[in-house]
Ligand binder design. Sequence first.
Ligand code: NDP
Length: 478
Amino acid sequence: MSAHIGVTGLAVMGANLARNLARNGFTVALHNRSVEKTDALLEKHGNDGDFVRTETLQELVDSLEKPRRVLIMVKAGKPVDSVIEQLEPLLEAGDIIIDAGNSHYEDTRRREAALAKKDLHFVGIGVSGGEEGALNGPSIMPGGSRESYDALGPLLEKIAAQVDGQPCCAWIGTDGAGHFVKMVHNGIEYADMQVIGEAFDLLRSGAGIEPAEQAKIFAEWNKGDLASFLIEISAEVLGHVDGKTGKPFVDVVVDAAGQKGTGRWTVISALELGSPTSGIAESVFARALSSQAEQRKLAQELLAGEEINVDVPETFVEDVRQALYASKLVSYAQGLDMLTSAAVEYGWDLKLDEIASLWRGGCIIRAELLKEITKAYAAEDKPANLLFAPAFTKAIAEVLPAWRRVVSTAVQLGIPVPVFSSSLAYYDGLRRKRLPAAVIQGQRDLFGAHTYGRVDAEGTFHTLWGEDKSEIEAVDTH
Ligand code: NDP
């Protein structure tokens, strides 16, 4: 019996994807560098479906129907290159190598280009949903050639999460597009988590609401337009009581947030693209600051921090909810805008409605909001920025007063709200008629003859600052 697909790398993610494929009726050939993981999977879960046990990559390749589909699920980085190197001589033109790990999109672009020269398809797939998603239905973001998706898509769409009868999987675009979109998904996830943290801090430090009570508030919020996986699990985390001390769980956990790097990748890429993803950047920096334990300890002794005593308004909880909604929306708007910039840079035809749609299920940022975002980008008249879609322009206008109140209250109380406030600054920056960038252009022209444009004339100009301050038309060489 030929297998439909082979999986090499059977640690938790590979094993769960292999089981998901088998449970959906596909015959899956199994391989792992050390055979113990293959045997452990077969022993525990062999009944999930049809598996073919193999010990070598040659056996794995020989067991597959053509075109062969080999899914690599090994440690990201060099191990992926090493496995590709071993597989390549065993495969034939038209076969498909798939990397569904957390690879950087530039690596995926490089691998795809190298394998395309050998007539092999290389498909980098972003998978979100963690272990549980891999087993029961993740959100899947495949890149690579359209032709490879025709051969692979039916399998992926079957194992993906399903929302309203639709798979959370769609072809994203060529080469590294899938891994890029997954990376930005993770960036939005960072911002989404941070704004929830900021809301918690505001409610606790600003209004004295204890975690158990907040759990109820979050559960209530989860019924409205904030409904999402992250709000749901935050209610669970906030309501959890530590078994050892009887204290709220969040009071016994060290307040230093870890990170594996995809948020950082998003910010680096945003800087390279010149994309203003300030909310995502602030959320990565907030994690970095939280981890500076030594400096934080010293700062508590050394740095002044008198707070202005303001009365928290009666509407505070509702204000925070509205500010959270606005900041969350801006994070999505910034992430999607970054995708628009990347599409131009890398020549991808990214369909933002399909991307928003496949984030509706299986992944960490799944949220009610994504239904409306999908609709906004499916419209004939696609918005240049998510915030310009009529439904969101209106929604933000409604919450804007509360958003401003919350940010100013936070500033006065000394509660850091980097994403609430930077999102508001982004919003105000976008809509402001004149920005101080004109002053910066003047400075650049003075110290570096970098030239400037005029509001009342075409062309590029330079002022002779060291001479008579007259203006000349200039050719911008900088
Ligand atoms: P690990 O990242 O822990 O990698 C372990 C696997 O890689 C084992 O099968 C191991 O084989 C194999 N391996 C390591 N080095 C080599 C090598 N040089 N040659 C061949 N095989 C090698 O596994 P995970 O299942 O945790 O993750 C797999 C991928 O999925 C990673 O890219 C990870 O970042 C990503 N991931 C994605 C998540 C998501 O939500 N999307 C969540 C978690 C992970 P052996 O048993 O022989 O050591």
